[in-house]
Design a protein around this ligand. Structure first.
Ligand SMILES: *Cc1c(COP(=O)(O)O)cnc(C)c1O
Length: 431
């Protein structure tokens, strides 16, 4: 049994002062039971907890750590910047350089505004879309996550394209009703809605590869068709690439799908593990932002030199080393190993993967949208999570979070993970 006394004591102290003991809900392990381990440090593909246990890490800070933890080029750049100040509340050369790197890598990003989180990025994109079109409505897809702004903390009511209903207490029904929710991958509902209510929808927002209901790649041509459909009705398309940006290639998934969304959002990797977000897109849309235009948006720490330095250093490494083929090979090796572990154990399940993002869904043969994902066997996932943890593998603590493979994972890490999966699936008995 894993010794977790120190983590348990920290949990008790945290729980007394921090709601649920965590500063972001998934970290509390509600979906898998038990109380979380507290992390002391991380290096490369490995994390170490307060009790001195070490794990192969597949959380990767939920996306930013594509180079692994504390990669030397990022540490070196940050150390140098630390001596020059952390935040000035004034523009810097570094912000110009990061904007140049982002716009050079992403043709759809003619201009870019840096913010502090993915949540701020999508919130701002929607504000721009509403201002640009003069329309109130938003369409999102069931199972896609776009941060916790009110307009996007909305889930489907009943029916194929319904008024959204609040997905959190404190989100007003009136606001939620301005967001419609469609099944991921389904164009019919979007088309039906756009044609029945012309001039109501400002924008459709989508994850070009869904990675917040577990990994769910879209059907072929979905993104392109969605782009055409959205534009035919005078609405804008917002691609939320907070996870997918620079994760599958040096640039965006939407670009690879052959589209240039009106607006796109970035985060995670572009901050190299420090807080960041970005909204980018057509120059005339970005120029609606204050002080150039009438859409207000601001941030005390926006574009701060530490986040921007970590982002530039991370993108420099990704650009110079082009590790995407290596990431693909590592993740494919893991995918195949997990599939064979499922097969050997006779347990029902499937693995969805897009590049270095993957999810093992229990109890299902395929998962193509949110409705299907919710049918996954979360009890089995919780058992698997615990069995893997005992064997030194730290998975995301929810069936609906992606596993993240990084450049720092070795073939040996992957093979140890596969061996642990075989053992874990044997150990958790039959259902
Ligand atoms: C993580 C994420 C967000 C929110 O980003 P935060 O920095 O956590 O606010 C938004 N959209 C997608 C697709 C994400 O994965």
């Amino acid at each position: 049994m894993l010794s977790v006394n120190k983590s348990n004591n920290l949990f008790i102290r945290a729980n007394a002062l921090i709601p649920g003991a965590v500063n972001s809900p998934v970290r509390a392990w509600k979906a898998v039971g038990g109380s979380p381990i507290f992390i002391e440090r991380a290096q490369g593909a490995h994390i170490y907890d307060a009790d001195g246990n070490s794990f192969v890490d597949y959380v990767g800070s939920y996306g930013p750590a594509i180079l692994g933890h504390s990669p030397l080029p990022v540490v070196t750049a940050l150390t140098r910047q630390l001596e020059h100040g952390f935040s000035y509340g004034a523009p810097t050369r570094l912000e110009v350089e990061l904007a140049e790197k982002i716009t050079a890598a992403i043709p759809a990003a003619e201009k870019v505004r840096l913010v502090n989180s993915g949540t701020e990025a999508t919130m701002t994109a929607i504000r721009i879309a509403r201002a640009a079109t003069g329309r109130p409505g938003i369409i999102k897809f069931d199972g896609c996550y776009h941060g916790h702004a009110d307009a996007l903390l909305v889930r489907a009511g009943s029916g194929s394209m319904t008024f959204g209903v609040p997905d959190s207490a404190g989100v007003s029904e009136a606001l939620a009703a301005q967001t419609r929710v469609a099944q991921y991958g389904s164009l019919e509902a979007v088309e039906g809605y756009l044609s029945s209510k012309p001039a109501e929808i400002a924008a459709v927002i989508v994850e070009p590869i869904a990675a917040n209901m577990g990994v769910v790649p879209p059907p072929p041509d979905f993104l392109h068709a969605l782009y055409v459909l959205t534009h035919a009705h005078g609405a804008l398309l917002i691609c939320d690439e907070v996870i997918s940006g620079f994760r599958l290639r040096y640039g965006t998934v939407s670009e690879q799908a052959g589209i240039r969304p009106d607006l796109l959002t970035l985060g995670k990797i572009i901050g190299g593990g420090l807080p960041i977000g970005a909204v980018a897109g057509k120059a005339e849309l970005l120029d609606l932002l204050a002080p150039q235009g009438p859409v207000y948006q601001a941030g005390t720490l926006s574009g701060n030199p530490l986040s921007v330095t970590a982002g530039i250093a991370t993108l420099n490494v990704l650009e110079a080393t082009a590790p995407y083929a290596r990431l693909e090979a590592l993740a494919a090796r893991l995918e195949n190993g997990l599939k064979s572990a499922l097969q050997t154990s006779g347990r029902r399940g499937c693995v969805n993967r897009a590049g270095s993002l993957l999810t093992l869904f229990f109890g299902l043969d395929r998962v193509g949208n949110g409705e299907e994902a919710r049918r996954a066997d979360t009890t089995m996932f919780a058992k698997f999570f615990r069995a893997m943890l005992e064997r030194g593998i730290y998975l995301p603590p929810s069936q609906f979070e992606a596993m993240f493979v990084s450049v720092a994972h070795s073939d040996e890490d992957i093979d140890a993970t596969i061996a642990a999966a075989h053992e874990s699936l044997q150990s958790i008995g039959s259902t």
